[in-house]
Ligand binder design. Structure first.
Ligand SMILES: [Zn+2]
Length: 482
């Protein structure tokens, strides 16, 4: 489960990626039709889909500041390709695409980095810091496909999906643990100082399927406007899917969850744009040369959890406990665990507890929680004894978790229990663990005046038995104080 995600991340297959919140839209995004006139459609453009930014509490300058900090961290964590020609090529290609990006007049400081990682992935931090894995370059059949990936990433930047997610997490006050843990109830300004290095990436990269679909549509428009075959983006995703049928899906899909009808939606947009221009660009000799250079780069091995030499599993939970006092409850947790965020929290926002080594880098600079406990509050109304309201709110939280964690499945549902005398529901879920293999998530929910308080106890399935007792002990110490 990602702590934004502690997120900062990313939640790569972690529970609690993102809570769905009502989307609010605000008009924006001028300049959509800029550049079109230069292109293949000298007459009226078809009605291309107009995309709007979601509600955002941050300013574009916040995007840039946050993104820059996260990019600095990412650069420390991710192995560079160390290939100046490749970086120069990405910069040149990316800049050309960025010029077609509707930013509403904001000047983003675009940067493009090649990461020496064979995993097929790419990500963009707010403000325009784009990281492309060598694996994505190697997987692309031609320049248009690589351009499609970059155009998709740039669209996340222009649509400001990262800080839109952060806004939703903060404003909905649902903050699935991690969110809450990271953001507490701070405001945007404080967020900038609160976000630890390992948290930034996660939250900012946790996209919803809606955001993915938007980035596909805008990415298609950018490809079109830049003179590329606009179907290339969908073709790349289709190819990735086909090549990995029955195997582990490429990493790209864990950061960029596959929206429904992905390919169909792109094709629809291509139609709206007037079809594929006859002289659309597909490949270049330069791309082929760069791809050869990338294929020849030395491979940087990243530690694989569970493999020899990998990060060791955390030390067993201590039997001595420390006390944690939130505004509306208290609990005790093993004293060799650490609380996240480590700042005192003001208002009972989300919080997480994890052993040292329980927070992992998922390999792309995102930190995720692999062992520990996440506590959060989701919006819900109802009396503590109202079983139906409790059921409803619990289902909603599970649904929100699943939306952002496509691999999450309920394994045991709806058992009643009492937590400090209060009626609660116990649900077990499975998910993909950032430590490798499967993860067990034990979700306990209780209705309180402040909303649905939920506890997610999680560990890799293979190690869960070693934590089961500790989780029960922690929950036994929960005392609601109002
Ligand atoms: Zn995406």
């Amino acid at each position: 489960m990602s702590i934004p995600e502690l997120k900062w991340e990313t939640f790569r297959g972690n529970a609690g990626r993102e809570l769905r919140a009502r989307r609010e839209h605000r008009g924006m995004t001028a300049g959509f039709f800029l550049g079109l006139s230069l292109l293949f459609v000298p007459c009226a453009p078809a009605q291309r889909t107009q995309l709007k930014q979601g509600w955002n509490k941050f300013s574009p300058q916040d995007d840039i500041n946050l993104g820059k900090r996260a990019a600095t961290d990412a650069e420390k964590l991710l192995p560079p390709c160390n290939a100046p020609k490749v970086d120069a090529y990405l910069t040149q290609l990316g800049t050309r695409l960025a010029q077609k990006l509707p930013t509403g007049g904001v000047q983003y400081p675009f940067e493009f980095h090649c990461v020496n990682d064979k995993a097929i992935n790419a990500f963009a931090l707010p403000g325009g810091y784009v990281f492309v894995n060598r694996g994505a370059i190697e997987a692309a059949d031609n320049e248009a496909q690589l351009a499609g990936v970059i155009a998709h990433e740039l669209s996340h930047v222009a649509l400001r999906h990262g800080t839109n997610q952060a806004t939703k997490a903060m404003l909905a006050e649902t903050g699935l643990g991690i969110f809450g843990a990271v953001f507490g109830d701070t405001t945007g300004g404080a967020l900038l100082t609160e976000l630890g290095s390992f948290t930034a990436g996660g939250v900012l990269l946790r996209y919803s399927r809606t955001a993915e679909s938007q980035a596909d549509v805008m990415g298609t428009q950018i490809l079109y406007d830049a003179g590329y075959d606009p179907r290339a983006l969908a073709q790349f995703f289709e190819k990735l899917e086909a090549e990995t049928k029955g195997k582990n899906p490429p990493e790209f899909f864990s950061d960029h969850p596959n929206p429904e009808h992905r390919v169909g939606r792109v094709d629809e947009e291509v139609e709206k744009l007037g079809g594929v221009p006859t002289n659309a660009k597909r490949d270049s000799a330069e791309f082929e040369a760069i791809k050869r250079e990338v294929l020849a780069l030395p491979v940087v091995k990243k530690p694989v959890a569970g493999a020899p030499g990998a990060v060791a599993a955390p030390a067993p939970p201590s039997r001595s406990f420390s006390e944690y006092q939130a505004s509306s409850y208290s609990l005790k947790y093993p004293d060799n665990w650490k609380k996240y965020p480590d700042s005192p929290d003001s208002n009972g926002g989300g919080v997480s507890f994890a052993p040292e080594g329980g927070v992992l880098d998922d390999g792309s600079g995102h930190s995720t929680l692999a062992y520990g406990l996440i506590i959060g509050v989701a919006q819900a109304k109802g009396d503590a004894n109202d079983g139906k309201a409790l059921n409803r709110a619990t289902s909603q939280v599970i649904q929100d978790l699943q939306e952002s964690n496509p691999n999450m499945k309920i394994t045991r549902q709806g058992e009643r229990l009492r937590l400090n005398g209060q009626p609660g529901i116990s649900t077990f879920l499975s998910n993909v663990s950032p430590a490798g293999g499967q993860e067990t998530d034990w979700l306990v929910t209780v209705l309180r005046p402040e909303g649905l308080v939920y506890f997610v106890c999680l560990a890799p399935q293979s190690a869960y038995d070693n934590y089961d007792k500790t989780f029960s002990s922690i929950l036994d110490t929960v005392r609601f104080t109002r």
